[in-house]
Design a protein around this ligand. Structure first.
Ligand code: NAD
Ligand code: DAU
Length: 378
């Protein structure tokens, strides 16, 4: 494969995937296709923007005609599709935008790719449509143990025998879809369309479902960058509900490495789960973040805990996510490279060292938006 479109490459995860591919594969032409919504930021890619194998195209994935033309002009062989509306809270306020981008946008890409690839003599030979999705499509897991043992407990239910879990159930590739938010419902729908294009037209597709990512360049509406920034500015830390919800955190570069492996060596029509075997209750994670930020800023350790403010819970807030990524580990030999303590230290340092990046975002419209969100939740 030579000509590869990465959609959503100006966003958080997309920018890490673009960087990895541009640096690792000088023989590929990497086309970053992004509409530059509020979440797209070309500053995320400053270090690679002048590389000869990189090109940025500003385009809406819903623009079928424009994308079909691009497929022909660039003779596109592979698509790695990350562009999406990605924030659950926004989906609760504005579900239509999520249906438009995540469902219709994905369908538009699929149909344009189909028409172009089917027009070629080799048809789908050597082509690939790789769709990046989320563990949220599976719904929420319980936090119980059949013998009444208090979580977290060590589990042997997965390939990672020593990992601490908050329940005995995990999301597997075979878990039935049960999305709860407009965001996850739209992502679920897009996953179904991708699989339908394989089953109906024979398109070589792959879908992956990943857990919560963290690391540099994440938009500060998401828990980790929002809280690091608020601690720096001595602003309240709005914890939804009691802070009891559990998420499974993965360092973003580990996700990008998995995407690289799966794009090149994954089996067509398969689904792979990607996760860190790294479950944290929000409130515990927040305390680790506070400790780290306080230490690095020279504040008395833990003193920023006074900023914790419990606010009204997110509507339909999923209790627990926990991915079982055994299939990916066994079949392709992938595993997370960073321990969480190392990853969170790296992440906090990055945000504190890159305050200009953060300030450029928070000084604009977004500041008003998240103030509104905060008032709404109080
Ligand atoms: P993000 O919000 O940081 O970035 C999304 C990018 O898509 C932005 O650059 C934005 O400009 C672009 N985009 C949005 N609408 C577009 C449109 N109509 N046309 C073209 N570009 C458009 O998102 P992220 O957190 O990097 O997530 C990327 C993908 O990974 C999403 O598909 C998301 O569902 C999935 N995912 C995210 C996580 C996570 O923890 N962040 C975990 C699992 C899966
Ligand atoms: O699981 C993968 C998903 O992870 C991705 O598909 C989504 O795109 C990504 O946004 C993320 O979804 P979450 O809703 O889990 O992430 P968020 O950072 O918004 O919230 C993490 C947890 O923290 C969640 O339980 C809600 C809580 N939270 C979040 C915010 C922004 C708070 O308590 N306070 C907050 O201000």
């Amino acid at each position: 494969m030579k000509n590869i479109v990465i959609t959503g490459g100006a966003g958080f995860i997309g920018s890490h995937v673009v960087r990895l591919f541009v640096n690792k594969y000088p023989e590929y032409n990497i086309i970053n296709l992004d509409k530059l919504t509020y979440a797209g930021n070309l500053a995320n890619l400053k270090d690679i923007e002048d590389k000869p194998n990189y090109k940025f195209v500003k385009m809406d994935i819903c623009d079928f005609e424009a994308f079909y033309q691009l497929m022909q002009d660039e003779k596109v062989d592979g698509i790695i599709h990350l562009a999406a509306e990605s924030h659950v809270d926004r989906s609760i306020k504005d579900p239509f935008t999520f249906a438009r981008t995540n469902v219709m946008g994905t369908l538009s890409l699929l149909q344009a790719a189909k028409l172009y690839w089917e027009s070629l003599p080799e048809k789908y030979e050597g082509k690939r449509f790789y769709h990046i999705s989320t563990d949220e499509v599976y719904g929420a897991l319980e936090m119980t143990h059949p013998e009444g043992i208090e979580p977290p407990f060590t589990t042997t239910a997965s390939s990672s025998e020593h990992h601490l879990a908050y329940g005995t159930e995990f999301f597997y590739e075979t878990t039935k879809y049960n999305p709860h938010s407009p965001y996850s419902a739209a992502k679920a729908s897009s996953d179904h369309f991708v699989r339908a294009y394989h089953d109906t037209y024979g398109m070589p597709t792959i879908v992956t479902n990943c857990s919560n990512n963290y690391g540099p360049y994440q938009f500060p509406e998401k828990l980790i960058p929002l809280f690091i920034n608020n601690i720096r500015h001595r602003k309240p830390l709005p914890v939804y509900g009691k802070g009891e919800n559990v998420r499974d955190w993965l360092y973003v570069e580990d996700h990008a490495r998995a995407i690289d492996m799966i794009f090149h060596n994954g089996k067509i029509a398969e689904t792979y789960n990607i996760g860190g075997f790294n479950e944290w209750k929000n409130i515990d994670l927040i305390k680790v973040m506070i400790k780290t930020v306080d230490r690095l800023l020279g504040n008395p350790e833990g003193s920023s805990e006074e900023l914790i403010t419990y606010v009204t819970d997110r509507a339909g807030h999923d209790l627990r996510y926990a991915i079982d990524s055994t299939k990916l580990q066994k079949e392709l030999g992938w595993e997370p490279s960073l321990q969480f303590e190392e990853g969170i230290e790296k992440t906090v340092r990055w945000y504190l060292d890159n305050q200009e990046w953060m300030d450029n975002i928070t000084s604009g419209e977004y500041e008003k938006y998240y103030d509104d969100m905060y008032r709404m939740n109080k």
